[in-house]
Structure formats: C-alpha cells, structure tokens
Design a protein around this ligand. Structure first.
Ligand code: SF4
Ligand code: SF4
Ligand code: SF4
Length: 270
C-alpha cells in the first residue's frame, strides 16, 4: 500500500500520484514535496499538484540525468528481506562516477531522452514490484531456504503461505522442493520451530531489460552474496556498456546485437 508519511496529501492528490508509473512515482513525490517546502505549503492538494507539475517540468528536463536508480517501497513493505538504502546510495555514487550524463549527451549528439537513460532497479523481495526486469540492471533480494525434518512439528502453517507449492504435505510429512522455491521468505515467518530457516540473504542480478520496439526481459547473470559483489558487477556492466555503446542505445539493445554469452563472460570473469 502506498504510504505518504513525510507530508500530508489530500485523497484526490494521492489518487493522482498513484496514476504515475510505479518506477518514477517516488521521484515525483520527492520533487513535489521539496517544491511544497519552498512555497511553505503544508498539504498537497490537487490544485497544488498541478501547479507543481507546471513549475517542475522545466526543471526536471534541464537537470535530466543519464541514469536513474529506482527502488521499490522496501522501507514500508513487510515483505522486504533487508534494508536496501545503503546499496541504493552507493549505486547512485557509482553511476555518478561513471559520468553517464556526459557520456550519453555525446553519444546522442546532445539529445539525451528518457529512453536513453541507464536504469538500475532494486527490489526488496522476489515480487520485484519496481519492475527490475525491464531495467538495464535489475536486482532483487531473496533468501536461500533450508528445511530440517528433525525439528519440524508438522503444523503445516508453511504450506498455506507458500504460493509456489514448494512445500507440500505427503502422508502427514512435509516435503520441501528447493527447485520451486523463489526465496520470498514467507514460510520462515510462520514456522514456529525454525525447521525452515534461511542460510543467507542474497541478491539476484539481471541485465539487459528494456521496453520499446524490441522489448527484452533482463537475464539473470549472477547470484551475489553481498553488497560488494553487487557493486562490482554493476561497475563491470557499466564498463561493458560504455565500451560497446554507439549512439546511446540501452544495454539490452547491445546484448541483442552482440549476444548474451559475451556480456555474461565479461561480467563474470575476474
Ligand atoms: S518488491 Fe517486495 S519488498 Fe519491494 S515493495 Fe514489492 S513486495 Fe515489497
Ligand atoms: S521462501 Fe517463499 S517460495 Fe520458498 S518455500 Fe518459503 S514461502 Fe515458498
Ligand atoms: S511451519 Fe515449520 S514446523 Fe510447521 S510444518 Fe512447516 S516446517 Fe514444520
């Protein structure tokens, strides 16, 4: 559910905000509230939203960056497996260091458009609400689940919360199918004995997602164990992207031309 804690919004304004695409909504909300503070406005109404839209349109286009870091609502969501704030900040710094705005301005002959941007998306669980599969790089958290028959009490609470049918009852016993588990962690919250436990919380990293004329869903390239591994992979993807980019095209377009095996080899070699 969308929460608007930082400033008061009227119901009508909230409804308008909800119509804005998921992945740009947090940015729009932040910019509108920032603008409201400069005007000493305490409540965001529909009228103020329209005023802010007019005032911000020019500002947003002139300060357009060549990249965007997008997170889901992990801070307010009960499904999130870990706080991603630090990783989002470090990714933003990394993208800034690689100067994608200047790079894309040169590649596009000064006509940097929203569809040229390099998107990195994060999601706090495998539900991937921030649409990470259409980003240049998409990352979601997951848990590696283990099942221990010895401490299982057979209460069957886990079966009703698993949407993947990865846990089933077999003649009074519980059976866990690791290959069906997506690592959402829902079963861990209801298991009273820790028979279902998490070995570690990791990051699945996908590359090359995009929409447009030739859409492509991002492909899983690596399972990372920690933030450092994720950042290292993002950095390698940036190097690859800059090396083979000709006119500001998305990473997914480069992969469509050159093949996934090449980028995979580049990203995974030490
Ligand atoms: S991806 Fe998961 S953690 Fe993030 S908002 Fe969706 S359900 Fe919540
Ligand atoms: S982590 Fe999610 S998908 Fe895996 S067994 Fe538990 S509830 Fe099912
Ligand atoms: S919730 Fe835990 S104790 Fe209950 S059946 Fe599932 S694994 Fe066993």
């Amino acid at each position: 559910m969308l929460k608007l804690n930082s400033m008061e919004w009227t119901e009508e304004a909230k409804e308008t905000l909800k119509k804005i695409p998921f992945f740009v909504r947090p940015k729009v909300k932040k910019e509108v509230e920032k603008y409201a503070k400069t005007k000493n406005v305490k409540v965001i109404t529909q009228e103020f939203l329209l005023e802010a839209k007019k005032a911000l349109l020019g500002k947003l286009s002139s300060s357009e960056k060549g990249y965007e870091v997008v997170g889901c609502f992990f801070k307010e969501c009960k499904n999130t497996l870990k706080d991603l704030s630090g990783l989002l900040e470090k990714t933003e710094e990394l993208l800034k260091k690689y100067d994608l705005t200047e790079f894309l301005l040169k590649k596009t002959g000064g006509h940097l458009k929203a569809h040229n941007k390099f998107f990195v998306g994060f999601a706090g669980c495998p539900n991937s609400c921030s649409r990470i599969h259409i980003m240049d790089i998409g990352i979601h958290l997951f848990v590696e689940v283990t099942y221990s028959k010895e401490v299982c009490e057979g209460c069957l609470s886990c079966i009703s919360v698993c949407e993947e049918e990865a846990i089933v009852e077999n003649k009074g016993d519980v059976e866990f199918f690791k290959n069906k588990c997506v690592g959402c962690g829902a079963c861990l919250k209801v298991c009273p004995t820790s028979a279902l436990a998490s070995e570690f919380t990791g990051y699945k990293v996908y590359v090359g997602g995009k929409l447009g004329r030739h859409p492509r869903l991002a492909t899983l390239v690596k399972v990372c164990k920690n933030e450092e591994e994720v950042l290292e992979l993002i950095e390698k993807a940036l190097i690859y992207y800059k090396k083979f980019n000709t006119k500001g095209e998305r990473l997914g377009t480069i992969i469509q031309k050159r093949g996934f095996e090449e980028v995979k080899k580049f990203l995974l070699e030490s």
